[in-house]
Design a protein around this ligand. Structure first.
Ligand code: DON
Length: 562
């Protein structure tokens, strides 16, 4: 079943149907009053694909396959078969938890200096646009892995909604048009992208039907033959030929050898709440652990907003500093094991001056020793998935992989293309995150579970370097406040600090003038951003009742995304 109504109407229909405002949560209950299943995703059609899959007898993992694949069709600028991501799983029957690392890998011919010119300077745009910017995709392998190892349904069932959406088309909404507008020049430059996503070379009007028959064919092949359909054979050969013709360095062997990795999640507690989230090669879990463990040493609840934002900023500054200098793919580099220890958090907390901002430069000098789309699913059995998937910048590298209809990622830009050179999110990285063959670039994607006696919160968001601070603010709201309000968590005003650039950035209107003044008086550089950021998707299960609800960031409606 496909829907062709635009997003605004989809919301209206849900609301009329009794679902809560802004929720992408569609409720499926057999005779009970409270929902036990919920899905929050960035698009109503993707949420619907997941709910249809649950209705067919699938579990949360099958639903995750359906949602991820549908998002790749209806949000082709954010994630898809040409990208990768991290999927955090909880299986209720035995409590097993794991993260499926479906991060892209560098091609075998990649080198640490592949984005540095003969003049020794970073090449303009080489890591963000064009075939050379694309890592080997992980999402197709992740979907097949999830279905095979955790799902109950064959891919032919869980991929069916995405295949229909790709073949029959879906109607563009305001958000789609906003993102196309933002990346118009890039799309116009590529005839394949332009043919699919533009209307006669221009951004389409709302309600324009986007049909992707080639992508439907690739999804069908994946449904019929699983992982190998994408990573070997005709599709693989076609992609490699296109990448090489466009100046890229992929080889068949790079695709053949791609594997998802199952990793133990990063776990820690914050004031008694159990946090489970993405481990390396996502910086998310480790940086969250470090910053929250620093913050645990202060009585945040008793502080005014200037003091609280000051402390959160100082914790983020320290966490992102360590991200820049120490973090990288754990299969390739040694990352210090003491980063998430309480002893280190004590030392980092002690270096915070309550009355003064620490300049990031000064922090560097003090150094001891020596850098999308999210959805959340829970099913009636209590299984859950938090998944953040990405092709990096909107429409990725701005290229398609041959005749496959697959938009390729530009995730290579998440490597440090040279020490201390900023990436697209202005993150810097060190030696541990330099490009190496088959290595995974460091990520900020932070799919997370937060559990306490009140319930289980499953959350995450896109937003590049700001993902970690967004999830941090979400956890602080949940744990620090007694008036639990998940709508508030996904919609709350946001601010961010990432060590470098050394400034607090806040969403337009997010901080009152007096708070900004108070922070400046402590020595912070404080800057109002031009646009709001993030697209948080949360599902909450209340322990006492077992009731599940989905909550979507209202920002996406206003065109604020990244
Ligand atoms: O892995 C990362 O950290 C980035 N490639 C995520 C990109 C992202 O969130 C884009 N979305 N707004």
């Amino acid at each position: 079943m496909t829907f062709s109504f635009p997003r605004a109407r989809a919301f209206a229909v849900l609301r009329r149907a009794g679902a809560m405002a802004f929720l992408l949560c569609i409720i499926w209950v057999h005779g009970a009053h409270a929902a036990r299943e919920a899905i929050a995703s960035a698009h109503p059609l993707a949420t619907q694909a997941g709910m249809q899959t649950l209705a067919k007898g699938g579990n949360a993992f099958d639903a995750a396959v359906a949602v991820a694949a549908a998002l790749g069709v209806v949000e082709p600028f954010a994630s898809g078969l040409g990208g990768g991501g991290f999927l955090l799983l909880h299986r209720e029957a035995d409590g097993f938890e794991v993260m499926i690392d479906a991060r892209e890998t560098a091609p075998g011919k990649a080198t640490p200096t592949m984005y540095v010119g003969a003049d020794g300077k970073p090449m303009d745009k080489a890591s963000v646009s064009g075939m050379k910017a694309a890592g080997i995709p992980g999402e197709p392998a992740a979907l097949a892995w999830l279905a095979e190892h955790y799902g109950r349904l064959p891919l032919s069932v869980s991929l069916a909604p995405a295949i229909r959406l790709a073949r029959d088309g879906f109607a563009t909404d305001e958000r789609f048009i906003f993102v196309v507008g933002m990346r118009k020049a890039l799309i116009q430059d590529n005839p394949q992208l332009a043919a699919v996503f533009l209307d006669h070379g221009q951004a389409p009007a709302p309600g324009f039907m986007i049909r992707q028959p080639k992508l439907a064919g690739t999804l069908e092949a994946l449904a019929a033959r699983g992982r190998d359909a994408f990573y070997t054979g005709d599709i693989a050969r076609n992609m490699v030929a296109a990448v090489q013709a466009g100046g890229g360095i992929w080889e068949l062997d790079d695709l053949q050898r791609y594997k998802v990795v199952e990793r133990a999640p990063q776990r820690f507690t914050y004031r008694g709440a159990k946090i489970t989230c993405a481990p390396l090669p996502s910086a998310g879990g480790l940086t969250l652990a470090q910053t929250l463990q620093i913050l645990e040493r202060f009585a945040l609840r008793e502080l005014d907003s200037v003091q609280r934002i000051h402390l959160v900023t100082e914790a983020l500054r320290r966490g992102y500093q360590d991200r820049a200098r120490y973090l990288g793919d754990p299969d390739f580099v040694q990352v210090p094991t003491w980063l998430a220890t309480h002893a280190y958090a004590d030392r980092r907390a002690a270096s915070i001056d309550l009355k003064r901002a620490t300049a990031s430069e000064a922090l560097a000098a003090m150094a001891e020793g020596d850098n999308t789309s999210h959805f959340s699913v829970v099913d009636a059995a209590g299984n859950r998935v938090a998944a953040t998937l990405s092709i990096n910048l909107p429409f990725g590298a701005g290229v398609m992989a041959g005749d496959t209809g697959v938009v390729l990622n530009d995730e290579m830009d998440d490597f440090a293309i040279a020490p201390d050179v900023e990436n697209a999110y202005r993150l810097v990285g060190g030696a541990n995150n330099l490009v190496q063959p088959y290595k995974r670039p460091l990520s900020s994607m932070t799919p997370t579970f937060v559990e306490d006696e009140r319930g289980v919160l499953v959350l995450g968001t896109p937003g590049g370097s700001r993902i970690i601070s967004m999830v941090l603010l979400g956890i602080l709201d949940y744990v620090e406040r007694t008036d639990r309000d998940i709508e508030r968590i996904v919609s709350a005003p946001r601010y961010h600090h990432q060590y470098l650039p050394d400034r607090i950035e806040y969403e337009p209107g997010a901080l009152p003038a007096a708070t900004v003044e108070g922070l400046r008086a402590l020595g912070h550089t404080v800057q109002e951003g031009r646009r709001r950021w993030g697209n948080m998707q949360a599902v909450y299960v209340e322990r006492a009742t077992g009731e599940a609800s989905g909550h979507s960031d209202p920002r996406a409606k206003g065109g604020a995304l990244f």
